[in-house]
Design a protein around this ligand. Structure first.
Ligand SMILES: C[S@@+](CC[C@H](N)C(=O)[O-])C[C@H]1O[C@@H](n2cnc3c(N)ncnc32)[C@H](O)[C@@H]1O
Length: 399
């Protein structure tokens, strides 16, 4: 079976003027939409399949799609294939052995440096490709869990189907606004406190009392007792048995070890997705993504998602911010703003990119802030979708 599709004919003049205007103000070169032969990527679940089985899966897949697939150097579990191939009809896809995910998204997940005991919060989780990959890396040998949050019930339903398909047993889903979500990680603050010195415990308490007033207000000791009352718990949209009855005990500080904010954005970097509107009609794209209310609110939304993710992150933990936009306002400016407002934040290098060429960063409005550790991917430089990733470490307390 050969599943190579014909791509619809496309030229830059097909793009609507509102989109070209958006590209111009965002300093995005429209040429990215004309790149030919951009590969697509898949990931094989490494936790479930050893090296031998992976090779077997690749061989079967090659036979079905009728074209070569190749391992991506230095990025475990990733394979590239012809960008026009359809994988949904393939046996390995139907059986849940592989899933489609762009390499750039994979880099964002690897930037979380997931360990078996991590409690991970994914504040914009649907449809769930990154969540699937996180679950695969987390495995089931430690005590780690994933908490996925999405504001859209429809998209959360798609995510739930993925969790079922890929038999993910350590993740729970909430339909909620990620800017205000405050369900604690399924773990206890006391455990973290035991790991640090008395002096650090005091500093930490002081730090949180001053920087997370809102949190302290809503998560007081009285609230702790209140939340132990089952009726006060936030009901997950979906959770496996082991997580469904988590008591959501509100220790004063409900930390997660890792947080990913794969923020809602204008999606302009998802080249394949954008080009589909050539077929669906650009008016739909303008309505869905380019109306001015939506764009103006996006910047606030992205900052507020970051703020809340930061509040819920454990000191010493890692927050990854990513978007599939190429617009500097949604990327460099957001990170510049964040680093200039949170003195206990430190931008760290993105791991696993030594074998890749990345696109140059754009200038941030916050010129005094060094954002050089953030990374941009685009079809021209990195042979991937357009994507932005920043990895921020939360220093134990304000210095
Ligand atoms: C870029 S997509 C996330 C993709 C996802 N991380 C993945 O890997 O499949 C952004 C998601 O953010 C969700 N979203 C938008 N506003 C939100 C909010 N205030 N709180 C939580 N999720 C939100 C959207 O419904 C959408 O599913």
């Amino acid at each position: 079976m050969n599943t190579i599709l014909k791509s619809p004919s496309f030229s830059l003049s097909n793009l609507p003027s509102s989109f070209l205007k958006f590209l111009k103000t965002s300093e995005i070169d429209p040429v990215v939409y004309t790149i030919q032969n951009l590969p697509r990527y898949i990931r094989i679940n490494l936790f479930q399949y050893n090296e031998h089985s992976q090779l077997q899966i690749c061989k079967e897949l090659e036979e079905q799609i009728g074209t070569k697939i190749w391992p991506v150097k230095g990025i475990d579990g990733f394979f590239g294939l012809d960008g026009n191939c359809r994988i949904v009809d393939c046996k390995a896809y139907k059986e849940g052995k592989i899933f489609g995910i762009d390499l750039s998204s994979g880099i964002a997940v690897y930037a979380l440096d997931i360990r078996p005991n991590d409690h991970i919060l994914d504040l914009c989780c649907a449809p769930g490709a990154k969540l699937c990959m996180m679950s695969d890396i987390l495995g089931t040998k430690g005590s780690g869990t994933i908490t996925g949050v999405d504001i859209s019930r429809d998209r959360a339903s798609t995510c739930r189907s993925l969790l079922k398909k890929y038999k993910i047993s350590r993740a729970r889903l909430f339909v909620a606004d990620g800017t205000t979500f405050n369900v604690p990680a399924p773990t206890f603050f006391e455990q973290i406190m035991q790991m640090i010195s008395k002096d650090d415990q005091r500093k930490l308490r002081e730090h949180y009392a001053s920087t997370s007033e809102e949190m302290a207000k809503t998560r007081s000791q009285e609230k702790h007792d209140e939340l132990n009352d089952k009726s006060q718990r936030v009901k997950p949209f979906w959770a496996p048995k082991i997580l469904r009855n988590d008591p959501q005990i509100s220790t004063l500080y409900p930390f997660y070890d890792k947080v990913i904010v794969d923020a809602e954005c204008t999606h302009d970097g998802s080249i394949v997705h954008i080009l589909k509107y050539n077929k669906y009609g650009w008016d739909k794209f303008e309505k869905n993504f380019l109306n001015s209310d939506r764009i103006n609110n996006l910047w606030d939304l992205q900052r507020n998602l970051l703020k809340n993710g930061w509040t819920l992150l454990k000191p010493g933990g890692i927050l990854v911010y990513s978007t599939c936009s190429l617009s500097h306002k949604q990327n460099e400016d957001v990170i510049g703003w964040f680093l200039s407002h949170y003195p206990n934040s430190k931008l760290e290098p993105i791991p696993n990119i030594n074998n890749m060429t990345v696109a140059p960063l754009k200038k941030s409005r916050y010129i005094d802030v060094d954002i050089s550790n953030a990374v941009r991917f685009d079809p021209i430089y990195s042979n991937t979708s357009g994507f932005f990733v920043a990895r921020i470490r939360k220093l134990p307390y304000d210095n």
